[in-house]
Design a protein around this ligand. Structure first.
Ligand code: NAD
Length: 317
């Protein structure tokens, strides 16, 4: 690898992937237009350490509208993390944005890759493609039953990667990420909301009764998976990337409570449409074919996320 393109570089996971690439001494071109899905201030803070690295260049541009071939001519690997995330907000009128950001942008990038000399295109897919699959833990060949419009767009993006790989020779691979957490997590995601509200004493709204089960994946393990997928052969083309164990949400809440040393102000709300009861990943394919093994346990990861939130709150006061 010499120069890499990271789309969504100002986002939660994209900023960690940039950091991991720069730590290996690689040059990184990052593209992000700081969409309004959550405050731009959070994304500028994610970008700040990257911008002080001499190997990093940020292009502030909308991937859907920009001249992609001129950027792709300068890179040999693409890490595609730009997207409209979020399950609950994908219903209703905002679905147009999900089509544009998740399907439209992915198709335009893949189309531009046809004529560029790209050695690998690593696409951030999601466990939401499994939705309410009856096959748990989910394997890559399990039934795909997305339960939200977001999941449908992520599955479409993955299928676009498949057809551009098989019909057009674009070396695309998709990583199905299972609930990612850690420093810089998006503000709409559970751990960020729980920890911040836990520190301030604000109410925490839980959708469902807390019995839902998730496979949580620490963000540095996800960044490692992106680098492995860029370097290895990846014969299967699609891989589950999960944290190695499943945890009940109520256990997470109890651990956050214990770690903060104070009771959480919990309010239980009805389960939201599109939220699934359980996710669980079989990651043996990623282990055997690309050498992926998660290193950070969910408890260690939560402690790191709490520390990061405390430090970032202290530095902005
Ligand atoms: N966070 C998770 O738990 C999780 C789980 C599964 C899959 N994923 C996938 O991982 C990827 C990254 O997720 P995240 O949580 O870091 O999200 P994020 O919202 O923090 O990052 C996405 C970034 O993409 C940028 N972006 C979106 N559309 C753009 C466009 N048209 N042009 C330029 N920039 C654009 C946004 O400004 C944002 O900074 C997404 O593809 C998401 O679907 C995330």
């Amino acid at each position: 690898m010499s120069t890499c393109l990271v789309t969504g570089c100002a986002g939660f996971i994209g900023s960690h992937v940039c950091e991991a690439l720069l730590a290996k001494g690689l040059k990184v071109i990052g593209i992000d237009c700081l969409t309004d899905f959550y405050p731009a201030g959070r994304k500028r803070a994610n970008l700040a350490p990257l911008l002080s690295s001499p190997g990093f260049q940020w292009i502030e541009a909308d991937l859907y509208a920009m001249d992609l071939p001129s950027v792709l001519a300068k890179v040999d690997r693409v890490f595609h993390l730009a997207a409209r995330a979020g399950v609950r907000s994908s219903w209703g009128e905002s679905f147009d944005l999900y089509i544009r950001e998740n399907m439209g942008v992915t198709q335009r990038l893949l189309e531009a890759c046809r004529t560029a000399r790209i050695e690998r295109f690593v696409n951030a897919s999601s466990s939401s493609v499994y939705g309410n699959t009856p096959d748990l833990p989910a394997r890559e060949d399990s039934r795909l039953c997305p339960a939200s419009p977001y999941g449908v767009t992520k599955l479409a993006a993955e299928k676009l990667c498949d057809v551009y790989r098989s019909e057009m020779g674009v070396p695309a691979v998709s990583l199905r990420l299972f609930t990612v957490f850690g420093p810089r997590q998006r503000p709409d995601m559970a751990f960020d909301r729980f920890i911040r509200a836990g520190l301030s004493g604000d109410p925490i709204h839980i959708y469902g009764d807390g019995s839902q089960v998730r496979n949580f994946t620490y963000v540095s393990d996800v960044a490692d998976a992106f680098l492995l997928a860029a370097e290895r052969e990846c014969p299967s083309g699609v891989y589950n990337i999960g944290g190695g164990c499943t945890v009940r949400l109520s256990e997470v809440l109890a651990f956050i409570e214990e770690s903060l040393g104070r009771a959480l102000n919990l309010h239980f709300e009805p389960k939201a449409a599109g939220d699934v009861n359980a996710t669980d990943a079989d990651t043996s394919l990623a282990h055997h074919e690309i050498g992926f093994s998660p290193k950070i346990t969910w408890k260690e990861g939560i402690l790191r996320q709490i520390e990061w939130i405390r430090n970032s709150q202290a530095s902005c006061c």
